[in-house]
Ligand binder design. Sequence first.
Ligand SMILES: C[S@@+](CC[C@H](N)C(=O)[O-])C[C@H]1O[C@@H](n2cnc3c(N)ncnc32)[C@H](O)[C@@H]1O
Length: 215
Amino acid sequence: MVKMCGKIYIIGIGPGSSEYLTKKAVDTVKASDYTVGSTRAIELFDDVQNTIAFNVKELVDTLKKGVQLAYDGNTVSILSTGDPGFSGVLNTVLRLSGEIGFPKESIEVIPGISSLQLAAARCHIQWDNANVMTFHGRENIEEILPVINNGKTTIALPSRKVKDMAQFLLDNGVEPTRKVVVCERLSYPDERIVEATLNDIATSEFTYMCIMVIY
Ligand SMILES: C[S@@+](CC[C@H](N)C(=O)[O-])C[C@H]1O[C@@H](n2cnc3c(N)ncnc32)[C@H](O)[C@@H]1O
């Protein structure tokens, strides 16, 4: 007998404020049997059926549960902050689906506005000409060094505290007077855009929710 699987939507929810949610995201969640995401992400939706919230520690197990529900015939929306394909859950969901045997043709990605895009917009940067880098959840910070002096603006998701990332750049010979803009908690009421020198950023405190723009 042929197994009838359901459908998985991997949905980008934008940087955080409901103003940046797409209509496609709202309509898809509304029509889904289950919606999987962080509490913060789920709270953005008014019309949602069964919800499965996760925190970072249990992320993979919860995503697996979502894929299994789709394998069993349900329509499942999986929420990812910003865009799912930029340091989001896309690859993890694809891997888990492969392990469970859920067909890739039944997975649809619905893009969202990335925090990177909103940072570029706030700073009036045409980002097709920027070094776009993510160090989130990775140990690849050295990869910034070959590009940091290539004449382009660098927009980066930090891997660690912003001030530690700034210190890393200083320790590796980047000019202390280099202009940096930190875009913190973009789209939230307490959004902060801080412009300073690299030296000053290395002694400043920020939350983990930041994009660094290095000019
Ligand atoms: C797991 S990554 C997800 C990135 C997401 N897929 C995107 O496209 O924006 C989480 C990191 O994205 C950045 N981030 C997400 N939302 C943000 C916001 N509203 N303001 C600033 N940075 C944000 C922060 O660096 C945060 O640590």
